[in-house]
Design a protein around this ligand. Structure first.
Ligand SMILES: Cc1ncc(C[n+]2csc(CCOP(=O)(O)OP(=O)(O)O)c2C)c(N)n1
Length: 375
């Protein structure tokens, strides 16, 4: 077992963390997280927080139909985007879309996915916040809870059969551990030693169902034991901890040692989605307690401790990333809708007869009245 994984001595109760309360970290960890990487992590997290805040506002203004916030869980997608090789594949669950941004996917095209207009690579055929980017090796979240895990394991198996030097990372929430897909995938991954990492973001809630109602296991990480793979429990609000744990697990997978299961212990600070009201099922005290462990504040302490930022530079950074988000929204919001007939594209090389008929019928009908943002 590699170093970080071994350091988390007890998969049931260990919690691997890197950033201490005062923002410092051990010399060993400091050497693995150089200043440039730490500063990059902070910029990405600042931008993601700014993106969430603006996107939620435009959803409330009726400019997009739906939005799924990441607030509180930014550490894991950012660490994932930074820890993997460009050729590795990501199979995200609900809140890892932003790993694409870290891997260089354009912010305006990402935002366009929520408008579902002609700037969206999916041509508006997915629900908002269901991002995907072939260019950055990230498949779409399928909306069903669980299937991204067997998909990741299957892709990893194909990589192994082809002797590729790539790995796949599959995500799920704590709620998804109750799905059969999770168990099938864990078993298959361990038996066939597929080069993958399976990451559970335990954010303590599956919409209104608390994580203690999902499992009687002492921790989610401990489930790995039964399947015969290493399990590690990581502070999911510590981007450096997730980065190091995933880097080790990825190296392990690449070296032919098989899968690793990582539980990232975190908290969904916002609502499940823009359609949810969490005040109906959880207490303000609980939210306040987790707000004190905000991953952005934790990371800020680390960049301050290294002397990489002060208040003035932080404010300038906030303005810079917020302007970047505003500019991305302005750039794509007024784009035209995708052509109606694009609904028939990109599945079949040659359209079957019944879809050809439907396409002709659609084109013969009057087009809907033109309107701006497509909502
Ligand atoms: C198979 C399936 N069952 C139910 C749902 C409805 N649903 C959407 S999100 C969700 C909760 C998911 O919780 P979790 O896996 O913990 O992820 P989180 O939302 O907390 O990130 C449920 C039950 C669904 N989309 N798919």
């Amino acid at each position: 077992m590699t170093k970080v994984l071994a350091a988390s001595t007890d998969p049931m109760f260990g919690l691997f963390s890197v950033i201490r309360d005062d923002g410092s970290m051990s010399d060993e960890h400091k050497a693995k997280i150089p200043d440039a990487l730490l500063a990059r992590m902070y910029r990405e997290m600042r931008r993601l927080r700014a993106l969430d805040e603006r996107m939620l506002v435009i959803q409330r203004q009726g400019r997009i139909g739906f939005y799924g916030e990441v607030k509180g869980q930014e550490a894991t997608p950012i660490a994932t985007g930074l820890a993997l090789d460009a050729e590795d594949w990501i199979f995200p669950a609900l809140r890892e879309g932003a790993a694409m941004l870290v891997r260089g996917f354009p912010l305006d095209t990402y935002v366009a996915q929520c408008f579902g207009n002609s700037c969206d690579v999916n041509k508006g055929r997915q629900m908002p916040s269901h991002y995907s980017g072939k260019s950055v090796h990230q498949v779409s979240w399928s909306s069903c809870i669980g299937p991204q895990v067997p998909q990741a394991v299957g892709a990893a198996w194909a990589m192994k059969l082809r002797k590729a030097n790539t790995i796949a990372v599959g995500f799920l929430g704590d709620g998804a551990t109750s799905q059969a897909d999770f168990h099938n995938a864990m078993n298959f991954a361990a038996v066939f030693k597929t080069p993958c990492v399976i990451i559970c973001q335990n954010n303590h809630w599956a919409i209104s169902v608390p994580s203690k109602m999902q499992s009687a296991s002492p921790t989610f990480a401990s489930k790995a034991i039964a399947y015969g793979m290493p399990g590690v429990r990581v502070d999911g609000n510590d981007v450096c901890a997730v980065y190091l744990a995933l880097s080790d697990a990825a190296a392990r997978a690449r070296d032919g040692e098989g899968p690793t299961f990582i539980e990232c212990v975190t908290y969904r600070m916002g609502a499940h989605s823009s359609s949810d009201d969490p005040t109906r099922y959880r207490s303000n005290e609980e939210v306040d307690a987790w707000r004190k462990k905000d991953p952005l504040d934790k990371l800020r302490k680390a960049v301050v401790a290294r002397g990489l930022i002060d208040d003035a530079r932080d404010e300038a950074l906030f303005n810079e990333v917020d302007n970047e988000v505003k500019a991305a929204i302005v750039k794509v919001e007024s784009a035209a809708n995708p052509p109606r007939e694009s609904v028939f594209e990109d599945v079949y090389g040659e359209l079957p007869w019944h879809l050809r008929e439907q396409r002709e019928e659609l084109l013969a009908s009057a087009p809907p009245p033109a309107h701006g943002a497509g909502h």
